[in-house]
Design a protein around this ligand. Structure first.
Ligand code: MGD
Ligand code: MGD
Ligand code: SF4
Ligand code: MO
Length: 737
């Protein structure tokens, strides 16, 4: 080992959680003091944004000695107003888990063996270069995440797609938000969710489409509860969810019939004279063509397709037209669909035609999933260039090059393959090396039978995770142990475009490094230290990245430090400087949209059936989603909490309507076999009254569920349609045909 290398490794080990600049406040609110650790400050607190969902609650970490010992909701924060859901309260337990990845691992003779960092990085780079030399740049890919700070995402995207020459990179944001991104870009000219959470509190008609808010975003649901206007709360969902149960109206729509419903409602709005003609004339395009297009969606047709009554459809149209401020919100029931982009745009169209945009309590509002999916949308360098610019924009390329120090020719020039194309490459052998960062694809990918075997068969699978025993890490050739939320610093952007800071309040276990430092190590070890010399620490990286947004719709060039963000309770983009001050801000209040002519577009297209078709063999529609407020995704984190574990079923279950259960001889609590054209899994039957006959539901948190899903994708967003498959369910003991 060279002296320089030893120096570098030593530095990495002695400062393994990144620069620990967590500013500490005394719990009595006294002045900020010192750097942590090293300072023994009993009873100090520091605030950090939650690392689970995109609500972006602020949590207060209570520190004893040099360790956060407990968390409580921040009472001063404009997002959560002193509230947090159980995942937030219990977030430290994910860090305490005994199975944390603490040492880099390399597979030798079939077993993962601990090695030093330099060896792991060297092995990864050597094997990746060998794959590239033999099979070309298209043979390497990475899959990343919406759950690490934006500084880390940007570093990864620029390093991997730049000097490392990895052509294809995408992230789990594709599974989640790609549809909203595509819809906003086409309709508004930029990926710009326009709202602020205060809109929940002042709207007098709140329409939730395919969103189980009280489970998936519990604190947003609490914000609705603070609404003093006695609003109509309409939930459009094939299931009578916890959210529907707390709403004023539930429209129990047939799965994947939303597009017809929304066009039917648009036609009704036109018929009853509910169009805001002035707004449409001054701020939109293509309304005439749209109104012509929706004419065939009369009540009879809409009712037949959606399973709703004509009265329900008329009532919804009237509610929107009678509201002073109507807001439409959507989540995965819309995004995860074979025609999700059109559905999202149909929601946008309703907001536009009724002038419900840019005013308090209004909006066509996509709710984000992961804590930093909004950051990944702008900074990951996978679907656009850092700062939210099109790859091909020459002035943006110059700006990004100038601010980051990377020469223009090393900036990615276009998007690589999308997630589904990368997985297809893994399955058909075109992808030979894959680097997976902070996502658990072997569990969460759609219709995944055969995927684990294909991942295992790769020439090289590198998994960078906080645990070494995730379904994906167990298949890895190399495991890179990562520090997690709570052990590092950086910026997340929440659902309402608010930047929030995370802080190091714990020391990472063993030799685990922050993702930022892992990327730095790989940059240096691959001979690219000079290119990334400006990437010294997350806050310096943040300053560069803020500069890359200058002049763009998401301009945050007015933000120059983490302290500025934390002191103000988070800052919503855009923030160019003092002219953008103010606690809550929404977009488009001037009716001006970031399209070439300043007008929003009506975009529409004909509904079509999903490819998975019901039949005599496959008579049930399977839909999937979040099961409880205490389970997070593939459960790598939430299953570490003894408290949370008490609050959800340990093994996989399927919800089935009483009628469907009775005709199959299935009792509540009994074991059943769920069969799709692809796979069969065992589950416990939960006989419920919350589903219509013909539809069954399985939560995504169990490994079995994605054995059964059906891989169809929205053609323009390439987002997987996780919520529509066909299955049969039988009591165990019966032969499956
Ligand atoms: N507790 C918890 N909270 C989370 C997460 C978690 O794992 N656990 N994950 C976070 C992430 S990343 C995301 S993306 C969000 C997801 O948040 P949500 O989208 O709210 O959650 P889901 O349960 O996936 O889907 C919402 C609803 O869509 C409905 N649905 C299914 N098909 C259709 C359809 O055809 N039409 C309509 N209208 N509705 C349909 C389902 O019945 C379900 O109730 O949650 C975030 N918050
Ligand atoms: N059937 C079905 N499947 C679905 C969905 C559905 O509704 N139905 N929803 C989809 C959606 S919306 C989403 S977002 C995806 C989520 O799917 P995944 O992204 O696969 O789920 P997670 O469990 O959140 O995986 C995150 C991984 O990152 C690790 N990790 C956490 N923090 C860090 C960190 O700081 N650094 C590193 N290196 N690793 C870290 C965790 O241990 C975990 O292994 O699932 C999708 N899959
Ligand atoms: S609602 Fe979301 S952001 Fe808030 S505490 Fe719960 S998981 Fe964290
Ligand atoms: Mo998501």
């Amino acid at each position: 080992m060279t002296g320089a290398l030893i120096q570098r490794i030593r530095r990495l080990f002695y400062d393994r959680s990144g620069p620990l600049t967590a500013e500490l406040k005394l719990s009595d609110g006294g002045p900020a003091v010192g750097r942590w650790p090293g300072h023994m400050l009993p009873d100090a607190t520091t605030d950090l944004v939650c690392g689970f969902c995109a609500t972006g609650c602020s949590l207060t970490a209570h520190i004893r000695g040099d360790n956060a010992v407990t968390l409580s909701p921040n009472t001063q924060h404009p997002v959560n107003l002193g509230m947090a859901c159980p995942k937030g309260w219990e977030a430290l337990s994910a860090l305490d888990a005994g199975n944390r990845a603490t040492q880099p691992l390399i597979r030798r003779q079939g077993r993962l063996e601990p090695v030093e960092w330099d060896e792991a990085a060297e092995e990864m780079l050597t094997r990746m270069r060998a794959v590239q030399a033999e099979h070309g740049p298209d043979s390497c890919a990475f899959l990343s995440t919406g759950q690490i700070p934006l500084e880390e995402m940007a570093f990864l995207g620029l390093l991997a797609r730049g000097p490392l020459g990895i052509r294809h990179g995408d992230g789990n944001t594709r599974q989640c938000m790609a549809t909203a991104v595509a819809a906003y870009k086409q309709s508004f000219g930029f990926d710009a969710p326009p709202y602020t959470y205060a809109d929940f509190e002042v709207s007098d008609c709140i329409i939730l489409v395919g969103s189980n808010l009280s489970i998936a975003h519990p604190i947003m649901w609490e914000r609705i509860k603070l609404n003093r206007n006695n609003p109509d709360i309409v939930v459009i969902d094939p299931r009578f969810t916890e959210t529907a149960q707390g709403a004023t109206h539930h429209l129990q729509i047939q799965p994947k019939s939303d597009l017809t419903l929304l066009y039917g409602v648009a036609r009704q709005i036109i018929e009853i004279g509910g169009v805001d003609t002035e707004f449409v004339r001054n701020h939109t395009r293509d309304f005439e063509a749209f109104s012509e297009f929706v004419r065939p969606f009369d009540l009879a047709h809409t009712s037949a397709v959606t399973g709703l009554t004509a009265r329900e459809i008329q009532t919804l149209a009237a509610q929107i037209c009678n509201a002073k401020a109507a807001s439409l919100w959507w989540t995965m029931g819309v995004n995860q669909s074979h025609e999700g982009v059109l559905v999202a745009q149909a929601i946008i169209n309703i907001a536009l035609m009724t002038g419900n945009i840019g005013r308090p309590g209004t909006g066509a509002n996509s709710i984000t999933g992961q804590c930093n999916a909004m950051g990944s949308r702008l900074f990951s360098n996978t679907t656009c260039l850092a700062g939210g610019h099109p790859f091909a924009d020459p002035s943006a390329r110059a700006l990004v090059s100038q601010t980051t120090g990377l020469p223009e020719h090393l900036l990615p020039e276009s998007a690589g393959w999308a997630y589904d194309q990368i997985i297809r490459g893994v399955l058909d052998g075109q992808i030979k090396a894959l680097w997976v960062i902070a996502t658990n694809s072997a569990h969460s990918w759609i219709q995944k039978s055969g995927l684990s075997e294909a991942l295992e068969a790769l020439d090289l699978l590198v998994v960078q995770d906080m645990y070494a025993d995730t379904q994906t890490a167990e298949l890895a050739d190399i495991v890179l142990p990562a520090a997690a939320w709570g052990e590092k610093e950086g910026v997340f952007i929440n659902s309402e475009r608010r930047l929030g800071v995370i802080r190091a309040v714990r020391r990472a276990p063993g030799a685990a490094l922050t993702d930022f430092r892992i990327f730095k190590l790989i940059a240096e070890q691959s001979g690219n230290a000079d290119l990334f010399s400006r990437w010294t620490d997350p806050e310096s990286a943040f300053r560069m990245l803020a500069e890359t947004t200058r002049g763009n719709v998401c301009d945050i060039s007015g933000i120059t430090s983490y302290e500025q963000i934390s002191e103000t309770g988070g800052i919503q983009w855009p923030y160019r400087g003092e002219q953008d001050n103010g606690a809550e801000r929404r977009l488009f209040s001037d009716g001006c949209f970031p399209t070439a002519d300043g007008r929003a577009r009506f975009v529409f297209g004909s509904p079509r059936a999903p490819k998975a078709q019901k039949s005599r063999s496959w008579p049930l529609t399977l839909t999937t989603g979040r099961g409880t407020a205490v389970q997070w995704h593939t459960q790598t984190r939430t299953s570490r909490s003894a408290v949370l574990k008490k609050l959800y079923p340990e093994s996989v279950y399927i919800e089935i309507n009483a009628l469907d259960a009775a005709i199959r001889g299935i009792n509540d609590g009994s074991e059943v076999a769920v069969q799709s054209p692809d796979a069969t899994v065992r589950a416990t039957a939960h006989v419920v009254s919350t589903l219509r006959p013909g539809t069954v539901f399985m939560p995504m948190h169990y490994d079995e569920t994605n054995m059964l899903t059906f891989a169809e994708f929205d053609p323009s967003s390439r987002q997987p349609s996780y919520k529509y498959a066909v299955v049969e369910v039988r009591p165990v003991g019966t032969t499956l045909s």
